[in-house]
Design a binder for this molecule. Structure first.
Ligand code: MN
Length: 141
């Protein structure tokens, strides 16, 4: 049998927290199960909002559904993905993702799991780190 998972039935959360800065809403779209080794989550970032630094043990694929998403890595790479673009993040690369300062963004996060674990959260992205990434992104255009 196929399963229909209706929007909003798996829960979510909003707001500033230990793992997000600014106005963010997270809605779980689907979970991993016995045949699917990844989950899907819809994450909406208001301007200036972003995740904390983190890593994924089995990688992550982000599909931008609205607006733009900026992402930075510990190696200094900064990229801006627009609606329809995909960010492909390999396992164990320290990174963050969020909105630009003047535009909201939403992505579907497809996050692979190992033994039920799909993320390790680290420090929050400081305003200084975020602003530096924005400048770098704008200079690339
Ligand atoms: Mn990530």
């Amino acid at each position: 049998m196929q399963e229909l998972i209706q929007k909003g039935t798996l829960g979510g959360f909003k707001g500033d927290s230990k793992i997000f800065s600014g106005e963010v809403s997270v809605d779980m779209a689907f979970k991993a199960n016995e045949w699917r080794d990844f989950s899907g989550g819809l994450v909406r970032f208001s301007p200036k909002a972003r995740s904390a630094w983190h890593t994924h043990p089995k990688g992550q694929t982000l599909l931008v559904l609205e607006g733009a998403i900026i992402t930075g890595t510990e190696t200094g790479q900064v990229q801006v993905a627009k609606k329809g673009d995909v960010i492909s993040c390999p396992p164990n690369l320290k990174h963050w993702h969020g909105a630009l300062d003047d535009e909201a963004g939403m992505h579907l996060a497809l996050t692979s799991e190992i033994d039920g674990k799909n993320v390790t959260w680290l420090k929050k992205v400081s305003d200084k780190e975020y602003n530096k990434a924005l400048i770098r992104a704008k200079n690339q255009n």
